[in-house]
Design a protein around this ligand. Structure first.
Ligand SMILES: Cc1cc2nc3c(=O)[nH]c(=O)nc-3n(C[C@H](O)[C@H](O)[C@H](O)COP(=O)(O)O)c2cc1C
Length: 179
């Protein structure tokens, strides 16, 4: 798919088709796209935990998401938990933050990776929903995520039932100042 069409046709999808499937290899293609994103000093601190089995998908849906987000995840084929190793991206070798943003650089890097992931999902016939409202303690215990990693989002993956309307966007003039 052509790049502009890819970014235009990606939408946050909250209603997925029943009976769809995905393989580990197909998810790896999305994660490999994530890995190609730029990161602070190539630190690549993004980490991914993929619920593929019915049991694990149901655990995330029923235990780790509020009901409105769980409802959006009916019929998903995978739920990808995204996290990053803290105190590396944005930090010096001696452990001190390079500047005032500290660990926010880890979140920045993960966001760049996650955009690649969701666009690759779209290109390969899947749709996604990034979920920021989730229970990190239950995600941590259910997937054995170490305390050295900050859990950020859950990305739902499935096949859209219908096209979704595009929420209104600002214009370049709204958000840019040229000098
Ligand atoms: C960091 C982040 C967190 C989000 N969390 C949620 C969420 O918890 N539940 C939800 O339904 N949508 C969530 N969204 C989706 C946004 O509402 C959506 O991206 C936005 O309305 C623009 O729509 P679009 O993705 O279709 O362009 C989240 C998106 C981002 C980037």
């Amino acid at each position: 798919m052509e790049f502009s069409q890819l970014i235009e046709s990606r939408r946050s999808i909250r209603k997925y088709k029943a009976g769809m499937k995905i393989t580990e290899d197909q998810v790896k293609v999305m994660i490999d796209a994530a890995i190609q994103a730029p990161t602070w000093k190539n630190s690549q601190t993004g980490r991914y935990y993929v619920a593929l089995s019915e049991d694990k998908i149901n655990y995330v849906r029923n235990q780790c998401l509020p009901p409105f987000n769980a409802a959006s995840c009916e019929n998903v084929v995978a739920l990808i938990i995204t996290a990053y190793e803290t105190k590396r991206s944005g930090f010096e070798r001696d452990g001190s933050p390079t500047n005032e943003l500290g660990d926010k650089w880890g979140v920045y890097d993960l966001g760049l990776q996650n955009e690649n992931l969701i666009l690759k999902a779209r290109e390969t016939g899947y749709d996604t929903l990034i979920i920021g409202i989730r229970d990190v303690d239950k995600l941590r215990s259910g997937f054995d995520i170490p305390d050295s990693q900050e859990i950020v989002s859950v990305i739902a993956v499935g096949v859209r039932e219908n096209d979704a309307e595009k929420p209104k966007r600002k214009t370049p003039e709204d958000i840019t100042r040229f000098f």
